[in-house]
Design a protein around this ligand. Structure first.
Ligand SMILES: NC(=O)c1ccc[n+]([C@@H]2O[C@H](COP(=O)([O-])OP(=O)(O)OC[C@H]3O[C@@H](n4cnc5c(N)ncnc54)[C@H](OP(=O)(O)O)[C@@H]3O)[C@@H](O)[C@H]2O)c1
Length: 337
C-alpha cells in the first residue's frame, strides 16, 4: 500500500482521494494545510493521522511515499522542489508549471534525485477510451488528417465573484496565481492536440481578457506542417460542442476531450461507429492506477518507458502553453522569478 500525503484541501483533492480509494492502492497518512485546524478538519474523516501547517516539517517528518500537489498553479514549483529534495513520488495537478524555465529547473533537480518521480495529473490521457481514440487517430494519420477542433468550455461559478467585483478575486482568476482559461482548461485541449499530433510548428492565441486581468476564454490556433488544430476554451461561458479530428471524409468525435464518456468514429459514408469502452465513474481512477503501477515498480522497463512518455508530453504541453501566452502578451509575475 502506498502512503499518501496531500497539499491542497479543496474539492479536487476529495475527488482524488475517492479515486485513490477505488484503486485500493493508497492510504492517506498526512495532510499539509496553511492552518493546522484545516489540515485536521480535512484529513481526519479520511483516516489521516499526521497534520502539518509547516511545509518543511511535512516533508522532513511526514510518513508518506507519494505526495499529491493540488495548490494554486503558482505554488506548484516551490512545493515540487521540496518534494524532490525529499525524494518523494509526486502527483502534480495540471498545469504542472508556469513556464519552461521552471520545467527545466525541475528536470535538473530530478536528475540529482534519482529516487524521486514526478507525474502531471492530466487524467484524460490515462483513460482507456481516450487511449482507444488515440489509436484511431494514429490509424487515420496513416491515411489522411486535416486537423482537429477541440473545445473545453465550462462556466466557473467563481466568475460570479469577478462579475460582482468581490475582491480578492478567486485565485484561478488572478495573474498572481497563474490562473485564467488557458492554464485551467486550455491545458486539457493542448494535451489532446500534443498527444494526437505532437509539437506544433507555430501557435497563436486570441484571448478575451477578464477585468481581473487573466484570459476569460479564447481561441488558439496550432499550426502543423499540413494542417491546423483549433482550440476553443473558456471559464466564463458554457459550450456543448464535441471535439473532432478530421480525416478526408471520416471524422472522429469525442463528446469531451477531458471528461470523455463517448467516442464515435464516422466513416466516409457518415455511418457512426460508437466505441464500446467502459468508463470509470470517477475520471481520476485510471491515472491513479497508472501512477501506482509506476511508484510500485519505478525501475521496471515498461514503467520507465511510460514515465518518459508522460514526462515528454508534460514538457511539450508546458512549452506550447508558454508560447501561446507569449503570442497574446499574457505574463504572470511568476514568469519574472
Ligand atoms: N484535475 C482537475 O480536474 C482539477 C480540477 C480543479 C483544480 N485542479 C488543479 O488543482 C490545483 C488547485 O486548484 P483549486 O481550484 O482547488 O485551487 P484553490 O482553491 O485556489 O486552492 C487549492 C488549495 O490550495 C491551498 N491554497 C489556497 N490559496 C493558497 C495560497 N495563497 N497559498 C498557498 N496555498 C493556497 C488551499 O489549501 P489550504 O487552505 O488547505 O492551505 C486550497 O484548498 C490547480 O493546479 C488546478 O489546476 C485540477
Amino acid at each position: 500500500m502506498l502512503k499518501l500525503g496531500v497539499i491542497g484541501t479543496h474539492i479536487i483533492t476529495d475527488q482524488m482521494l475517492d479515486a485513490a480509494k477505488t484503486t485500493g492502492k493508497y492510504e492517506l497518512t498526512a495532510v499539509y494545510s496553511r492552518t493546522m485546524e484545516r489540515a485536521k478538519e480535512f484529513g481526519q474523516p479520511y483516516g489521516a493521522t499526521e497534520f502539518y501547517d509547516d511545509l518543511d516539517t511535512f516533508f522532513a517528518e511526514g510518513d508518506f511515499d507519494v505526495v499529491y500537489v493540488a495548490s494554486p498553479n503558482s505554488c506548484h514549483y516551490e512545493q515540487v522542489r521540496k518534494a524532490i529534495e525529499n525524494d518523494k513520488f509526486i502527483i502534480l495537478e495540471k498545469p504542472a508549471f508556469v513556464n519552461p524555465s521552471q520545467f527545466s529547473a525541475i528536470e535538473s533537480l530530478l536528475a540529482a534525485h534519482p529516487k524521486a518521480r514526478l507525474v502531471e495529473a492530466a487524467r484524460h490521457i490515462h483513460t482507456p477510451i481516450f487511449e482507444k481514440g488515440l489509436e484511431k487517430v494514429e490509424e487515420m494519420k496513416k491515411d489522411h488528417i486535416q486537423g482537429a477542433t477541440i473545445t473545453v468550455m465550462k462556466y466557473s461559478s467563481r466568475y460570479d465573484n469577478v462579475l460582482a467585483d468581490q475582491k480578492p478575486y478567486p485565485n484561478i482568476f488572478t495573474l498572481d496565481f497563474a490562473g485564467g482559461a488557458l492554464m485551467d482548461l486550455g491545458v486539457y485541449a493542448v494535451y489532446g492536440a500534443v498527444t494526437f499530433f505532437g509539437e506544433p510548428d507555430t501557435v497563436v492565441y486570441y484571448p478575451t481578457i477578464a477585468k481581473s486581468g487573466v484570459d476569460a476564454k479564447g481561441v488558439a490556433i496550432l499550426n502543423y506542417d499540413k494542417f491546423t488544430v483549433t482550440l476553443n476554451f473558456g471559464k466564463t461561458a458554457n459550450s456543448h460542442l464535441d471535439s473532432e479530428v478530421y480525416g478526408l471524409k471520416d471524422t472522429l468525435v469525442f463528446d469531451s476531450i477531458f471528461e470523455t464518456q463517448k467516442v464515435t468514429y464516422y466513416d466516409a459514408d457518415k455511418t457512426a461507429h460508437p466505441f464500446d469502452v467502459p468508463v470509470e465513474k470517477n475520471s481520476m481512477t485510471d491515472e491513479m492506477n497508472d501512477f501506482a503501477a509506476l511508484f510500485t515498480n519505478p525501475d521496471d522497463p515498461a514503467q520507465v518507458k511510460k514515465y518518459q512518455r508522460w514526462m515528454d508530453l508534460s514538457r511539450t504541453v508546458n512549452s506550447v502553453m508558454y508560447s501561446l501566452r507569449q503570442s497574446a502578451n499574457l505574463t504572470f509575475p511568476a514568469d519574472n522569478d
